[in-house]
Design a binder for this molecule. Structure first.
Ligand SMILES: Nc1nc2c(ncn2[C@@H]2O[C@H](COP(=O)(O)OP(=O)(O)OP(=O)(O)O)[C@@H](O)[C@H]2O)c(=O)[nH]1
Ligand SMILES: [Mg+2]
Length: 551
């Protein structure tokens, strides 16, 4: 029967099931392996593991003869797999019967027994095979397998199906009019292989038991179900072993799979694409562009870290210290010593350590305190979330993990930024010197006036004839000297205070800027750069998946 069936067919009419060659499959396999590597630690381990298993299996199939095409009949018990197998082989090779289930082990039919065929059978796990010797040269490269039922009461039958469904090149699902809509075959098998249109055939067998109208109805319902399973391009045929209907169509499909010599490649390509789909699903990729490192976000992060590094405390200390020193410099000379009694807040914070390696010292700053640390962490996490916006969920998580790891050492880095930054002004404002000189001059005037008056009083007391002190507008000059000296000193001190306040807030601003410059380097190096490096792999992952999916 086999000979008759295939003799009528013209193998040249047979098209290759998919336009894929070995080099293209190798590229897709490499892309899948790369995507799995990039997913490692980011995606659910099962998805990564599954991708690797698929890649390994496809690689193993690549190493076996791709000239040979493995076609298997699977389906529910009693659907007629073994009978169909015999019809195709053209001999009673497989046992078919009324006792359910009949077939309990896979059985292969081969048309040439050579080392390649045997190696392939061994890899498939087939232990029983029949060598057909009917001279059908067109089928020399076919390995046909009859499987046990997938819906068996015997669990090992289902285990066989699960094993073979992952390995054979072309799956032929044989269903019968009673059970073709069973959820089991659709949900547990066909749906899982929605990428496998090219290498899946669904057969509605035993149509001789239906009227022509019923057969039409069943077939179109089955076509709909198969399309809903995602296999809209899969071939769906009606057959009967009794009437012979549809057997030629099935034989033709099998022949085209064999002569096209692309079925093994197409099957592996479909597996690779499915594994890539699963990786994409595991990554929860919205497919939107990744925000990445945006200058405004880095600025925002830098601001937050500058605050966390203690900018408010430092600025306040610098301001206070600057005012304090200004008062010392321009204050009224007799009272200067009072200012010296107060402690310099800059010294208290240990901000001034000329010539000391900043890596070796710690400041006594609030970056060490838990609130500042928490604030820095929040800012870092916010940054990671902003940068990873649009990325697959798996990368949103990994960017957070990268940022979290970076945060651990952040306190130290911020503290070093504080010690590195030139916070304390190295030079005092010039006007301090001028004011100081002026203060001393005014004080000297007052002292001179006082001494002059005392001298006059002493001379008068000692009854010396004393000339009147010179006057200006009726005021004696020594008295004027005292008044001008004292008043001038007080006014100058007051004026100095006002100026000191302005220059102190300038010094505070400069300190804040200097700190921010150092913190910006920390933010870039410790946070933005590692997060960006992590997110750079999103494009690689997406490209790899696209390649693996055949896009
Ligand atoms: N009417 C009709 N009966 C068929 C057809 N194909 C097979 N049968 C009969 O259906 C019964 C089961 O056939 P098998 O080929 O053993 O079925 P199977 O799918 O291999 O069953 P298991 O090995 O148990 O999974 C047998 O009695 C066959 O003669 C068909 O096209 N039409
Ligand atoms: Mg059987």
């Amino acid at each position: 029967m086999m000979k008759d069936l295939f003799a009528r067919l013209n193998p040249l009419r047979a098209d290759a099931p998919a336009a894929i060659d070995g080099a293209a499959l190798d590229r897709r396999l490499a892309a899948l392996a790369q995507a799995a590597d990039l997913g490692e630690g980011r995606l659910a381990p099962a998805a990564v593991e599954q991708a690797r298993v698929v890649a390994d299996r496809a690689q193993a199939r690549r190493g076996l003869s791709e000239q040979l095409t493995v076609v298997a009949f699977a389906g529910s018990t009693g659907a007629g797999k073994s009978t169909l197998f015999n019809s195709i082989v053209g001999a009673e090779v497989a046992k078919a019967g009324v006792l359910r289930p009949t077939t309990s082990e896979p059985l292969a039919a081969i048309w040439q027994e050579n080392p390649e065929t045997v190696a392939l059978l061994q890899w498939l796990g087939v232990t029983r095979w029949h060598v057909v010797d009917d001279g059908a040269a067109a089928l020399a490269d076919l390995v046909l397998i009859d499987l046990p039922d997938h819906d068996s009461t015997h669990s090992e039958h289902r285990a066989y199906v699960d094993h073979f469904v992952e390995r054979v090149d072309l799956m032929v699902w044989v269903l019968d009019p009673q059970k073709y809509a069973d959820a089991l075959v659709h949900e547990q098998y066909l749906r899982r292989f929605s990428r496998h249109d090219d290498v899946t055939v669904v057969v509605l067998n035993q149509v001789d038991r239906l009227t022509v109208a019923e057969a039409q109805q069943c077939l179109s319902h089955l076509r709909r179900l198969v399309a809903e399973d995602g296999l809209s391009d899969a071939v769906v045929l009606a057959t009967s072993n009794r009437s012979g209907e549809g057997l030629e169509g099935l034989a033709e499909r099998i022949l085209s799979a064999v002569t096209g010599r692309r079925t093994a490649l197409a099957r592996s390509a479909a597996d690779v694409a499915t594994a890539a789909d699963n990786l994409a699903r595991a990554a929860q990729d919205p497919g939107t562009p990744v925000a990445g490192s945006r200058p405004a976000d880095v600025e925002h992060l830098t601001d937050a870290l500058t605050e966390a590094a203690g900018a408010p405390v430092i600025a306040a200390a610098i301001e206070k210290s600057s005012r304090h020193k200004a008062v010392q410099a321009v204050g009224w000379p007799p009272l200067k010593w009072l200012a010296r009694l107060r402690k310099d807040p800059v010294a208290q914070l240990r901000l001034e350590r000329p010539g000391v390696d900043p890596r070796l010292v710690r400041s006594s700053l609030p970056s060490n305190d838990p609130v500042a640390r928490a604030r820095a962490n929040t800012a870092v996490m916010e940054y990671a979330d902003k940068a990873s916006a649009g990325a697959p969920q798996a990368w949103v998580q990994s960017a957070r993990a990268v940022a979290d790891r970076a945060s651990a050492a952040l306190t130290d880095h911020l503290d070093q930024a504080v010690t590195r930054a030139p916070l304390v002004p190295t030079r005092n404002p010039r006007w301090w010197g001028a004011f100081g000189v002026l203060q001393w001059a005014l004080f000297a005037l007052a002292v001179a006036g006082g001494v002059w008056l005392l001298a006059l009083a002493a001379l008068a007391y000692l009854q010396f004839p004393v000339a009147q002190a010179p006057t200006v507008e009726g005021f004696p000059v020594p008295t004027l000297l005292i008044i001008v000296g004292l008043l001038g000193g007080i006014v100058l001190a007051g004026f100095g205070r006002v100026l000191a306040r302005t220059s102190a807030s300038r010094a505070a601003r400069a300190a804040r800027e200097a700190l921010r410059t150092e913190v910006a380097l920390v933010a870039e190096r410790e946070i933005a750069a590692p997060v960006a490096a992590d997110l750079a792999t999103v494009d690689q992952f997406r490209d790899a998946l696209r390649t693996a999916q055949g896009g």
